[in-house]
Design a protein around this ligand. Structure first.
Ligand SMILES: Nc1ncnc2c1ncn2[C@@H]1O[C@H](COP(=O)(O)OP(=O)(O)OP(=O)(O)O)[C@@H](O)[C@H]1O
Length: 271
């Protein structure tokens, strides 16, 4: 059974029941165990961070959540159901969208067209039915355009909507990637190092947008981030990984005071 109770965070935010429950996940690449028997949950409406030193297994974990990797052991429960082996696009159809560590946009295409690709999962009519049911296809197109324009307004990128992505500075590209993920109207949004490579101002902007997305749309967010200051400010709860194991799990304060976490970040040798 998944936990349906709500919890109240120290700063007074109410977090819902469990959306995703990862149980005893082990993931191997040949002889390398990237994830070793890790369990944790993600609750409705929270911002959940996954942190840890380089090579800890964070990206691997995000890839398990997004369905890109299927773990050799363990179970992924999503919205009360045990998730069978699925293709990433099927996971996306369940309302899970993601951004990537290395920006994965179409550089030659405009911002608008890139964000539009986020709607692909919502496009039901194909070429043939477009020819036969022109009205239905036109209505769908209007809805998709409207959803994209809402996201563009929300992330304040109207001024660059026609600009080819390749011409944008790094920070704005990251924002366009967020826009594309949001265009899918996900209920669970996965962000892989959303602030990596950004300057202080860009990080502040991105933090504000992440908080606004969570606040305005109630989107549950799981993110990986290296900048500890940002993670501690943004997140409701934090999972800490080290060498593929979970060494901490709790509120930012709990994690900050966890000796195993302090040791891992200071590089204290372990057996
Ligand atoms: N596709 C792969 N094939 C083989 N080994 C992999 C693969 N992906 C990850 N690994 C290994 O799994 C371990 C965890 O890597 P992962 O990228 O998940 O860590 P990370 O915490 O995200 O690291 P970073 O912060 O440097 O991005 C590492 O030892 C890595 O070399």
């Amino acid at each position: 059974m998944l936990d349906t109770d709500t919890i109240t965070t120290p700063d007074g935010r109410t977090i819902g029941g469990t959306v995703m429950d990862l149980r005893n996940i082990t993931l191997r690449f040949g002889g390398v165990e990237a994830i070793k028997d890790i369990s944790f949950d993600i609750r409705e409406g929270e911002i959940r961070a996954i942190i840890g030193p380089n090579g800890a297994g964070k990206s691997s974990m995000l890839n398990v959540i997004s369905g890109f990797y299927v773990p050799q052991e363990g179970e992924v429960w999503y919205r009360g159901k045990l998730r069978p082996k699925m293709k990433p696009y099927e996971v996306a159809q369940q309302g899970i969208a993601r951004t990537f560590q290395n920006i994965a946009l179409f550089e030659g295409m405009s911002v608008l067209d890139n964000v539009m690709t986020g709607r692909l999962g919502h496009m039901k009519t194909n070429m043939l039915s477009q020819a036969i049911w022109w009205g239905r296809a036109a209505k769908e197109e209007t809805e998709n355009r409207a959803a994209v324009e809402r996201v563009i307004d929300f992330l304040e990128i109207q001024a660059i909507r026609k600009t080819p992505v390749g011409r944008l500075p790094y920070g704005l590209k990251k924002r366009v990637e967020l826009a594309r993920a949001l265009a899918a109207e996900p209920s669970l949004l996965l962000l892989d190092e959303p602030m990596a490579g950004m300057n202080v101002e860009e990080k502040e902007d991105m933090s504000r947008f992440i908080l606004d997305v969570n606040d305005e749309f109630g989107t549950t967010i799981a993110l990986i981030e290296h900048d500890m200051g940002v993670v501690m400010d943004l997140s409701d709860r934090v999972v800490v990984m080290d060498y593929g194991r979970k060494i901490g799990d709790g509120t930012p304060d709990e994690v900050r005071n966890n000796q195993a976490v302090i040791d891992a970040y200071l590089g204290v040798a372990h057996d």
